[in-house]
Structures are given as C-alpha cells and as structure tokens.
Design a protein around this ligand. Structure first.
Ligand SMILES: N[C@@H](CCC(=O)N[C@@H](CSC=O)C(=O)NCC(=O)O)C(=O)O
Length: 283
C-alpha cells in the first residue's frame, strides 16, 4: 500500500476535510490531494466523487472555495480533489505560463520528450489515484463519479468518455468542451502531444462523444453567460451539445444568467451537481 502523509485535517459539517501528500509513481513527484470524509464514512463504505480543477489551481481551490463539504456530508459522499499537474519536476519552461506546465496538466499523458516522464495526469487520475483512494479510505470502488471545472471539466468529460462504465455520472462547470478547436487546448495539446491532430482527438470530448459506445450517460453542465472565456471561444459548449444531440447522448446544459468563470459560480450550483451524482451513485 502506497504511503500517505497527512498535511492537514479540519472538522467540517460533521465530517473531516483532509489534505494528504504522496509519492506518485505516474508523475514521479510528490503530489497533494484533498479528501472530504463525510460523517457516514466513519460507519461504513460510501461512494466517491472525483473533482478536477482548472488552470492555475492546486488541491486548495476546490477545498477552500467550492463550499462542497455541506452537501457531501448530507449525501454521505467522499470527494477527492487532486492537484492539476506534477509539481517541482524542474522541466525547463514549466513555470513560464499559466496555461501550460505547472497547474495546467490538461489531464493527458504527454508524449513529447520534455514532458512525457512526468506529465501523465490522465493515468494519474484514472488509475493511480483511484487505487490509492480505494486502498486508504472507506470507498465503494465501483461507485465513483467525476466532475470538474474548465480544464477540469474537460478532464471529467474525457475520463468518462474514454472509460465507458468507469464513472456512474459526470458533470462539469464551464468545461473546455472542444480543446482541439480552442486556443488553450491547441497550445496544450501541441506542447504535450506534438503536432499530430489525430492524437489530439483522443483527448477531445466532442470527438470522444462522437465515437462513444457505452452505458447511457446523463451529462450535467453549468455555464455562466457572463464568463469571459466563453466569449473568447475557449469553452465551446455548443459544440458538445451538437455532437451529443446527434449521438442521442443526454446532456443538460444550463446557461446561467450573469455568472462568470469563478468559484463564486461553482459555489452557487455545487449543491445541484452533488445531488446529480448522489442520484446516480445511490441508484
Ligand atoms: N490567470 C488566468 C486565468 C486563470 C483562471 O481563471 N483559472 C481558473 C480556471 S480556468 C480553466 O481551467 C480557476 O479556477 N482559477 C482559480 C480560482 O480560484 O479562481 C488569466 O488571467 O486569464
């Protein structure tokens, strides 16, 4: 069993909000993650939701700003919130921009020389982290769901679409829906995956939805209408809705008047997302 080091522990809504660090075999560095343990977890096994954060985030953003603990406690759900990239791996240029390198792992397994040893966030999120969580916390391993924000919304969507049946449900706040067609995605995919756009498509939610052939999905997306990144065409939710309607994949896109891209938006609707996952995790 891989060793966990407790970094912090705070009682919250009758449960415990903790942060742990561990040595990641996939990323070859020390990583941190937040884990909320609801009161129900002290008396038995409970389902788990993974939260994937966006650009510039660590595990702290969700833990301190989303206000999820109250609802996770009420529904009896563990929530795990990992960091968004390898840290301190000393790759030249890793800290040069906010949207590539540190804090911007984009939930892919890099293939390019400089990045491929450490930048393996896809394998970390879908394999190493769940194994670690299931070994160390009272989870029901086949009852897991995933949600995320922006770059993390992209991550939640692709982890679900690439692994039919692995997650009981998926939801996202302002996700990057079509990275092959937006500036953030093009920069990250070119840097981590190289120039071959056929490889990019294997990590693009619209392309993956076009090819999806698995259990029925029930995708929930919230998007603020006053989100500057929506206006800048970084998110492209309309492209995902178009593919999902062609493929008859149920998706609910809620366009929320006046909300921006921030955690104030996330905190306003996190209750709905946790309820959405609870319905599927307890069905
Ligand atoms: N600094 C950047 C914008 C960075 C930003 O807005 N990050 C978002 C996620 S964006 C997509 O993945 C975020 O979650 N920030 C952390 C927070 O606590 O708000 C710029 O200036 O454009």
């Amino acid at each position: 069993m891989a060793a966990l080091t407790e970094v912090s522990s705070n009682k919250s809504f009758g449960g415990q909000q903790k942060v742990f660090s561990h040595e990641s075999a996939e990323l070859k560095c020390t990583m941190k993650f937040g884990v909320f343990l609801p009161p129900a977890a002290s008396g038995g096994k409970v389902p788990v939701i993974y939260w994937l954060s966006g650009l510039t985030c660590t595990e702290q953003n969700f833990v301190t700003k989303a206000g999820a603990q109250k609802y996770a406690a009420e529904h009896g759900l563990i929530i795990v919130a990992p960091d968004t990239s390898p840290r301190g791996v000393n790759i030249e240029g890793e800290d040069d921009s906010y949207d590539f390198g540190s804090g911007a792992g984009f939930y892919v397994d890099a293939t390019q020389d400089k990045w491929q040893t450490n930048y393996r966030m896809y394998s970390y999120i879908t394999k190493e982290l769940p194994t670690l969580i299931n070994e160390n916390f009272p989870t029901i391993p086949d009852r897991q769901s995933i949600m995320g924000h922006s770059m993390g919304g992209h991550g939640a969507l692709i982890c679900t679409l690439k692994n039919p049946g692995k997650y009981r449900s998926v939801s996202a706040f302002s996700p990057i829906c079509n990275p092959v067609n937006c500036p953030w995605g093009q920069k990250a995919f070119n840097g981590y995956l190289g120039a071959d756009q056929a490889v990019w498509k294997t990590y693009d939610a619209c392309e993956l939805a076009r090819q999806y052939n698995g259990p029925a999905l029930d995708i929930l997306v919230d998007q603020g209408k006053a989100d500057n990144f929506l206006t800048q065409k970084q998110l492209l939710p309309e492209n995902l809705v178009e593919v999902c309607s062609e493929k008859k994949i149920p998706i609910t896109l809620r366009m929320q008047e006046d909300y921006d891209h921030s955690y104030f938006f996330i905190a306003s609707f996190i209750e709905d997302h946790i309820r959405h996952h609870a319905l599927h995790l307890k069905a």
